[in-house]
Write a protein that binds this ligand. Sequence first.
Ligand SMILES: Cc1ncc(COP(=O)(O)O)c(C=O)c1O
Length: 399
Amino acid sequence: MSLDNSNNLFTYKNNSLHFNRHDLMQHQCIKNYKSPFLLYDLNIVQDRLNWLKEWKGLGRLHFAMKSNYTEDVLKLILKNGCGVDVVSLGEIKLALKVGFKPQDILFSGVAKTVSEIEWAVQNDLYQINVESISELKRVDQISQRLNKQVNVGLRLNPEVDAKTHPNIATALKDSKFGLNLSDLPAVESVLKSTKQIQLKSLSFHIGSQVMDVTIFQEAIVRMKAIFSDFQKRYSSLDRFDLGGGLGINYKDHDISHDQKRWQDLKAIYEKELAGIKADFLIEMGRFVVARSAILIAQLQYIKKTENKTIAILDVGMNNLLRPMLYQAYHQLYPLTQRQAKQTYMIAGPICESSDIFHQDIELTELQEGDFVAIADAGAYAKSMASNYNLQPIAEDYFL
Ligand SMILES: Cc1ncc(COP(=O)(O)O)c(C=O)c1O
């Protein structure tokens, strides 16, 4: 890993870690440290929103709130004219609280309850993305009962392998997410029998942390044939929802590589979607926010065992579950760099043997009391946090 590249988010100057050029040891929140916290640079989010806007075909980004629902992040998303993709009434309520309108809210999720759908129909949400035949029937019954029209998107499962961790792949056969292509005849018979449902969109989301952009191409090619066919029968169908899922390389902090990955995806969108008349929506989360925050923690103890040197931090799976849930890699940077190198097991404080960030990671030498930054904690960190062991949930600070 090179740390001298100017595009690198993390650099050392005078042995002191800089995050996006900010000298962390000089920051007040390190000087007054009490417990682990998230430190954001929202310029990183803004840069990514600017990249996405370079795609002239983009109808609207619906930011996937599940990746991060920090209010300052959501306000920035709102200020940029984006909408949100939500998966619960809780997320809807928060979106409204920060200023989004019902018309900015796209409602996904596999288990929408009667009361959630009633709320969505009564409040004229932008679109409900339906994920099963039973859900479609439920939406129909509720909208008939309330005598309201409802905008529906069908989340279809294009049956492509996202080549990501199985726990975050969502478009394989037998997935709980989305409608299967074989469900379409049954879906169409519901659509034909209702006056309440406006079919507005076809949607797909193949999974999260997708690194190979050609997989999006494969999914689009499959989906656009269905989209064009449906448009012949449903004149209301004017939105094509391309989902989220674009990944980042958690071992590489050269930002130009992220930009290149987006540009490659944009080129696929431009090529494959030319000639389709629709508003194109994307539902990205991780790619927009993951890089924008670091999780700052303090090393409590160094413990030697027969085979390991274990560095025990005051933060663990309570504030960053991804490494324990699906073996995700998060780079760790000591705030103060020393000369010697050492391989560490990095553990958290939680009373679970799986509360381990790294089994073996080579770092510059650590001492008890040192601060460390865990990289790429802006997505699926705090939004998945818990109070397990009654440990505190990390607070947010901003650079
Ligand atoms: C329907 C849907 N849209 C968007 C996302 C956001 O994915 P990501 O954060 O990988 O962009 C998810 C997350 O899995 C999702 O399930």
